[in-house]
Design a protein. Sequence first.
Lengths: 273, 177
Amino acid sequence: MTTVAETANPAAERNAAPGWTVVVEQELRDLWLGGRGLLLSVAFSLLLSVIAYLVATNSALNFLEHRESVNLVLQVAIAVGGLLTLLAAADAVSGERERGTLESVLLSPVARSQIAVGKVLAALSLWVAAFAITVPYAWFLGRGVGIVSDALVTGVVVGTLLAVFLASLGLIVSLFAGSNRVSLSLSLFVLLALFAPTQLPSSAQQGWAGELLLRVNPLTAGEHYVGKILVSGHAWTQDLSWLASPLAAAVVLAAAAPILGARFMLLRGGVAG
Amino acid sequence: MSRRRIVAVVSALSAAAALAASLAGPAGASRISVSVSRAQISTHLGDRLTFRSTVVNHGQTAARGLIAHLNIVGLESAVYVDPEDWSSHRTIYLDALPAGESTTITWRLQAVSAGDFDVYVAVLPRRAIARPPTTGPAVRVAVADRRTLNSGGIVPLALGVPALLGLLALAVRFRRS
């Protein structure tokens, strides 16, 4: 049975008005005034506090290990910020379906592609908050070794590219997932799989195949770039090619999310439609 | 001395030199010397430092398969030294060094720990077994400490940020209810 809500609304699709702003506003209100975003931020700040305390009170750290600890804080911020963004986006459509609120969203006079854009942007607000929370920790740990500005700029660039990639990925998974549980668990599995190569022994990461694996994977490539800047002290342009896959992944999935959203944001989930 | 006797002496000396060269092997470490451009370096924690080492082949034949390796030793037992932290490029595989020629290597390090250290370069022939390496004179590196981390300030930060966010979350909840 096809309902009115399940058919695309051509008039709304053609509407050039920025309907996504309305969606963003509503989603941000739900996320932040509803308390979920703030609770996640408190948990995130506790995690960074524990790491920063352990680093700052370790008198055995040498200069390089000190730089590595700033790198660690930033990697954790990017990883956990990306995780929060991914999970928020993975809940965006499948969660609305299960809560029975998707129908009213689809009936609103906003194109579905713009609903997708609004939901991705709202999920990205978690990354923005995570990064803002990271700033004082990065400043505290990085000022003695003179890498605060490097840490913050690489964090913004790499973290934003990865957050856009993960938010778009989460939304796409959410569009096709049969249930919210499937959407969240599949998104989490993909994230863990993308992080898995970071646990390979360094010998396995060398050679053309190992380097190719690290370069193709947006998460490992972004992490590698951050490490080269903060730990090895490389210039910004020296390892710029490592940003190719995070940039490509962010652009491709950010473009795909509204296109797929316009076609597949339906009341019923599942790949069979 | 007759011409025939001179020829005989020269032939004997040449044979002895050839025998000595064959005993020393194709890349005998004894024919190699290593010198460094600086005897001591004073620097600060986190600063980068460079020095050059020159490897000279004093032998009669080209020295092949030489490997130059940089090492760092802490002179105080309390300071842990991981040479890999000081420099990630500590092994250089040298090209064939013709007889009488030399090659210069520039070593770049970063002082990652405070204290006194000796840095030295050892040159080893790749194919020789159980032959001692040729080492150059050690460069004495004195690294002055500087404070890079104020651990006293971490508690207000580590407690303050979560507390601030927690208060904000409570305020939002009270306002909604």
